[in-house]
Design a binder for this molecule. Structure first.
Ligand SMILES: [Zn+2]
Length: 351
């Protein structure tokens, strides 16, 4: 089963989106069998990875698959149990895959044969619930063939079919596909919301909760992953060590590192790396401008202060602009190696 998909996994923040989806998942008062007049046939949830898109989609799917049509999943009926267990016959999860057919949300793509599987799934009537629900994740990774095969289904899905999709952003998705969905844009949650939730719901120590809420950039799922998966935290600490090393490295050393990163990282990992640098160098900039209280990497104070003293403030400002541009370029699928090479050349050099 997928931990993000459960009939009643807690979702932190996004109150307006939660309220809206509970409303549309609640049947009209009166008629039997129930009627869902406010429910659209397709929803697209957009926002950064780990912000809560799948969890929210799972809540809507769970509510509509549940035996009790009340707007939220009861969590206890046979439908809720099989949905949470990952084997509900009226639910289809479609993730990008590698060429070997392995799910890979970062490096895989959505393929034509997966679109065919969706078409096949939606022509059949619901087996045990009132709806058939399809969740397509990372729609921005759709091949043109995938998108074209599904255009008609998104325009006019068969009765009792709900199409859900998530995407990091809509700029690379076929506009005719986007226009057929109701789009809900999830925004980062506040630091205080994250910190409180980490302490109360996940029982994190206050200090850890504070650090993670600063680093998470508003993404609850990211903070929870750090708590639950030690490898994620190790990766963050590797990024931090690399950032310190690179500032003191020569240009040839940096270019060798850019090559190594480009070869061994998926596009999403490269984006994460650049995202980390943005926050790292922003902290350096804040210290140089006597604004250290606003730093996010509060556990690296000594490293950051030492760096801030050894690089020129003007170089840091210029590099921050480059990092922001690099993130835009990577979202637009500009070659990762080119972007990394340019960043390595312009990264401030520690004296
Ligand atoms: Zn239920």
């Amino acid at each position: 089963m997928d931990a993000e998909l459960s009939a009643n996994r807690p979702l932190v923040g996004h109150d307006w989106a939660v309220a809206h989806l509970i409303d549309v998942a609640t049947p009209d008062p009166g008629p039997e069998p129930p009627v869902w007049s406010r429910l659209r046939h397709a929803y697209l949830l957009t926002g950064a990875r780990h912000i809560g898109r799948s969890t929210l989609a799972g809540q809507l799917a769970g509510a509509l698959l549940c035996r009790e049509p009340t707007g939220t999943a009861c969590g206890a009926c046979a439908d809720c149990i099989s949905f949470t267990g990952g084997n509900h016959p009226d639910f289809l999860l479609v993730d990008p895959t590698t060429t070997d057919g392995e799910p890979d949300r970062d490096g895989g793509v959505l393929r034509a044969e997966q679109a065919d599987a969706i078409l096949h799934f939606t022509v059949m009537k619901p087996f045990q619930s009132r709806f058939r629900v399809v969740l397509i994740r990372e729609l921005q990774r759709a091949t043109p063939a995938f998108a074209n095969h599904l255009l008609k289904t998104f325009e006019e899905p068969p009765a009792a079919t709900l199409l859900l999709a998530t995407a990091t952003d809509t700029s690379t998705i076929l506009p005719t596909l986007v226009s057929r969905c109701q789009t809900l844009k999830l925004r980062p949650s506040s630091r205080a919301t994250l910190r409180t939730a980490l302490q109360t719901r996940w029982e994190a120590e206050p200090e850890r909760a504070d650090l993670l809420s600063r680093l998470a950039q508003g993404r609850m799922g990211w903070a929870v992953l750090q708590l639950e998966d030690a490898r994620m935290w190790q990766r963050r600490n590797r990024n931090r060590a690399l950032a310190t090393d690179l500032a003191a490295s020569s240009i040839p050393e940096r270019l060798a590192q850019a090559d190594a990163l480009a070869v061994h990282s998926s596009p999403a990992q490269l984006q994460e790396q650049v995202g980390f640098w943005l926050w790292w160098w922003r902290d350096v900039w804040l210290i140089q401008h006597n604004l250290a209280d606003s730093c996010v990497n509060v556990d690296c104070e000594d490293e950051l202060e030492s760096l801030a003293a050894r690089v020129r403030a003007a170089d840091v400002t210029a590099f921050l602009q480059r990092l922001e541009r690099a993130i835009q370029q990577m979202r637009a699928n500009v070659n990762g190696r080119l972007v990394m090479t340019s960043l390595m050349i312009h990264m401030p050099m520690a004296a």
